[in-house]
Ligand binder design. Sequence first.
Ligand SMILES: Nc1nc2c(ncn2[C@@H]2O[C@H](COP(=O)(O)OP(=O)(O)OP(=O)(O)O)[C@@H](O)[C@H]2O)c(=O)[nH]1
Ligand SMILES: [Mg+2]
Length: 395
Amino acid sequence: MQFVDEASIIVEAGKGGNGCLSFRREKYVPKGGPDGGDGGHGGSVYLIGDDALNTLIDFKYQRFYKAQNGQPGQGRQMSGRAGEDLHVKVPVGTTVIDEDTLEVIADVTEAGQVVLVAQGGRRGLGNIHFKSSTNRAPRRTTPGTEGERRNLRFEMKVMADVGLLGMPNAGKSTLIRSVSAAKPKVANYPFTTLVPNLGVVKLGQHEHFVMADVPGLIEGASDGAGLGLRFLKHLTRTRLLLHVVDVAPFDESDPVAAAQAIAHELGQFSPALAERPRWLVLNKLDLLPAEERDAAVDDIVTRLAWQGPVFRLSAISGEGTDALVQAVHRWLTEQRRLENEDEEAAEHEREMRRRMDDEAVARAESRLGRKRKRADEDDDDFDDDDYDVEVEYAP
Ligand SMILES: Nc1nc2c(ncn2[C@@H]2O[C@H](COP(=O)(O)OP(=O)(O)OP(=O)(O)O)[C@@H](O)[C@H]2O)c(=O)[nH]1
Ligand SMILES: [Mg+2]
């Protein structure tokens, strides 16, 4: 199955049914008067958040969604039936953008959340409404109005509290395997992970947080190198980034240069995301002789001029992972408390979301620009949403 996290669709609400022009005609009732009924309202289109969905693949195959039209009114004062509404299921984590106005219509963040995206047309009135003392045989009716039609752009992001950021082969998938039940593939080559993986990290019986593992980044990703930057959008719903750095890369490259390249690419993708708290997670310490570890860590931290928290890990043996998990949990708990109790913290969080939404709009806009340009150049059915990768989701 393909992993699809972006899609464009068209939604169209139903037209309102026309009002009816009719007169009562019955034996023994001369001049029976108007009896044309009203049309029915057109059905509306709604999106509804569904947490059982985790891809936008269905929208690749069906791009047009239309709600029912209202039925026209009839004689004998009969109203037309209203058109049925259409409910379209979208994954929780979907940002909905109007492609024409480039506005974010909604962020679907909860299961069951309902968003009106196309208002059904209004019903027309039958001539029964237009009777008056001076006009007892009105021929006037009103037509139903058109249903709203919109071009929508969806951007789906996995919903996680903390995201793993790093070069391919840094050990991100190994870390998520070691702290959660998620079992993404781990291998000794770059780009093992091709789609985002989620892991639920459990602490005790009731508490947990969700960690997201996304494909690795390399220098030049913003220009399309490797898998590019598109998977970074999955980190835009997280509150904390863990930057995983391999302290002893097998090609003997400099871990500091690697970390700086990642920070640069992150800033290219999203200045807002780059402002999120980021912790340094130095991995594969087991590959260094015990007596060299302190010096190696000091050297990396100094040369990066790293101010924030630093963790030392061996994801493969699990050493250091517990301290990291506890610290992440404490931080997330404190962050949630702050957002609930402190208006300034809550506003800051809303502002971050707004900025990331704006960035999503800018991505939709630039994609549209590319699409138009391609359409001018040739007639190929261009679609940059398609990834040729296999989907792998942890249970
Ligand atoms: N010695 C040692 N090897 C590790 C450690 N963590 C990961 N590895 C190895 O490093 C290689 C890459 O690990 P992955 O977890 O697949 O790395 P990744 O960051 O997910 O890589 P991509 O999916 O390609 O982005 C594998 O061979 C792992 O076994 C560690 O703490 N110590
Ligand atoms: Mg991986």
